[in-house]
Design a protein. Structure first.
Length: 364
């Protein structure tokens, strides 16, 4: 009985055959096994529409299909077909390294089993499995490829329909143009965080402060003199306004900085009538931080002694304005031994143009 050969070309010797040659033939088989498990081969498929077989060399080392890693090369000018022998079960690592915008199909040499195709722009690696089924050998893409979903440590990739469980992200998230979309700052031993929640129809998405603490503030901080803007109708619950209390006596020109507080409380008795200059702060005008059609309301609390004084003039950004006073007349005196509270609602009607609604109220 003569030797037979496996589907991958290994010589299967029988008892009593090849006397004195078993050593050489065994070595040849071992070399072939080594090539099958880790061999690398470049195969040119250059040219127009054609079929290129990856064959098996029984007992030899020249068969193209007897290599684990195969690189398809060459300039192709038409769609290509590459075939594998039937009845051969194996897996391959194959790269389409050709040039030219044409497809490359890998299939069994005969039958109607499954096939794998590189698209016209797909020049990546694929790990493929040939099932060796007798009637219709199929070739399958295992899904591990450089172009159909693998995530690499370098390069730019688009992830689609991937679930990232608790990913660690660096300092920023970029948009599709590569520009910063979110900047992230890590806090050591953080226990509180922001939770973003989407919503079903007729419900509103939510940005929430969550974490280990029972009560957690949510800080929205504009940059510089920028403001936090709510588009559409706003619903605000339990807003606390900033109050600045100073042991200061009202006299001369007093600069009210609306970027510092909403209520200014002077606890030392007024010593003379005073002019109130309302501005953004020492570096920013009120005009620069307000848009036309916006308003702001501030309050000024002044302590009065036995001799009372009053706010005799109002300015905005250093320019005099004439308020519309509650009751139709400007005050001409303060209220002795009381707290006089002045409120000013300032409406910007045009650039550097304001309507001021003012009121003086006695508390005693």
């Amino acid at each position: 009985m003569t030797s037979a050969y496996s589907d991958l070309g290994l010589e299967l010797m029988v008892t009593g055959e090849n006397a004195g040659q078993w050593g050489d033939k065994t070595n040849a088989n071992l070399n072939l096994i080594e090539q099958i498990t880790g061999g690398y081969l470049e195969v040119s498929i250059a040219g127009g529409i054609q079929t290129t077989p990856l064959d098996v060399d029984d007992g030899g080392l020249t068969g193209k299909a007897q290599n684990r890693i195969i690189k398809l090369t060459g300039a192709i000018t038409g769609n290509q077909t590459v075939t594998l022998p039937v009845l051969m079960e194996n897996f391959y690592i194959i790269q389409n390294a050709t040039t030219g915008a044409y497809t490359v199909e890998l299939k069994a040499v005969s039958g109607s089993g499954a096939t794998v195709t590189w698209a016209t722009t797909d020049k990546g690696w694929k790990i493929l499995y040939a099932d060796g089924v007798a009637t219709n050998t199929g070739v399958y893409d295992t899904g591990f490829s450089t172009t159909t979903g693998d995530v690499t440590l370098t390069g730019t990739q688009t992830l689609t329909n991937k679930t990232l469980t608790a990913p660690k992200i660096g300092t920023s998230i970029l948009d599709t143009n590569g520009n910063e979309l979110f900047l992230l700052t890590a806090t050591a031993s953080a226990v509180n965080e922001i939770t973003l929640a989407n919503a079903a129809a007729s419900n509103a998405p939510a940005i929430s402060a969550t974490g280990n603490d029972t009560n957690i503030d949510l800080n929205l901080t504009p940059k510089g003199i920028g403001r936090t803007t709510f588009n559409g109708q706003g619903k605000i619950q339990s807003v606390a306004e900033k109050v600045t209390t100073e042991a200061t006596a009202a006299t001369g020109t007093v600069n009210y900085d609306v970027l510092t507080q909403a209520v200014w409380n002077f606890t030392t008795n007024a010593s003379a009538n005073w002019t109130l200059n309302i501005r953004g702060d020492g570096s920013n005008t009120l005009n620069s931080i307000m848009d036309t059609g916006e308003s702001i309301t501030v309050a000024h609390i002044v302590s009065q002694g036995g001799t009372a004084y009053y706010n005799s003039a109002v300015q905005i950004d250093g320019s005099a304005v004439t308020p519309e006073w509650q009751g139709g007349a400007a005050p001409d005196a303060g209220n002795a031994s009381s707290l006089d509270t002045y409120t000013y609602t300032i409406i910007k009607t045009a650039s550097a143009t304001f309507t001021v609604l003012a009121a003086q109220t006695q508390y005693a």
